[in-house]
Design a protein around this ligand. Structure first.
Ligand code: 5RP
Length: 219
């Protein structure tokens, strides 16, 4: 296994310690989450059901025999577990590399606690080294792209990709994210934007970071 994958796996396994038995659990999307689902299935911990954030995660839950419930069936969630594309010391994140950011933010907002699981390459002193994914309504794509240019970004359509919600993703490079809360809000104020991958209002509460020196817990 590649070193980065091994660190993701270690973070995912450590996060199992925070899972409460016989409770519902929100589960994000991505390769780190896939390691988590695998570890959960192999552990003795039994949850009531998982709220999934993507077709990809639902497929993984099914293949590992973990029961799925919809968000509408639960009265909130004690815990949400997900990965990130970048995370800073305030545990603000850029997410959406897997294109599931809208459902991820919805489920994160329903949870009392958000635990981010990641390998050390995702930890950064400043957000913005990776392009920011923005989910847009297809009919507003060009309009939104022009507004994103005005905000200083360089939007690029994610080719051949449609989100689970039937929308498109613009990956926006070179945005100034020195004030990420303002940028998250400014982008979401553009008509036609469904949501963007900045998670500042729903930042993580705890980061389980797989490092070559061992797993670190950051709050
Ligand atoms: C999906 C996400 C993922 O959490 C993010 O892309 C990290 O993925 P990985 O665990 O594969 O590195 O936001 O929309």
């Amino acid at each position: 296994m590649a070193i980065q994958d091994e660190l993701k796996r270690q973070a995912a396994e450590k996060a199992l310690e925070y899972v409460q038995e016989n409770e519902y659990l929100g589960i994000g999307t991505g390769s780190t989450v896939r390691f988590f689902i695998e570890a959960l299935a192999q552990s003795r911990k039994r949850i009531k059901g998982a709220v999934s954030t993507s077709a990809q995660t639902s497929e993984a839950l099914k293949s590992f025999g973990i029961p799925e419930v919809t968000l509408n069936e639960v009265n909130g969630l004690p815990l949400y577990i997900d990965g990130a594309d970048e995370i800073n010391h305030l545990l603000q994140m850029i997410k959406g590399g897997g294109g599931a950011l809208v459902n991820e933010k919805i489920v994160a907002s329903a949870a009392e606690k958000f635990i981010c699981i990641a390998d050390e390459s995702k930890y950064t002193s400043r957000l913005g080294h990776v392009p920011l994914p923005v989910e847009v309504m297809p009919n507003a794509r060009s309009l939104v792209a022009r507004r994103l240019l005005k905000l200083g970004g360089e939007p690029e359509l994610r080719l051949g990709f449609t989100t689970d919600n039937g929308n498109q993703i613009l990956d926006v490079a070179n945005l100034n994210l020195n004030e990420p809360i303002k940028m998250e809000d400014a982008i979401n104020n553009i008509p036609g934007v469904v949501d963007n991958g900045l998670f500042t209002h729903y930042s993580a509460d705890l980061l389980v970071l797989g490092c070559s020196s061992g797993v670190q817990i950051l709050t």
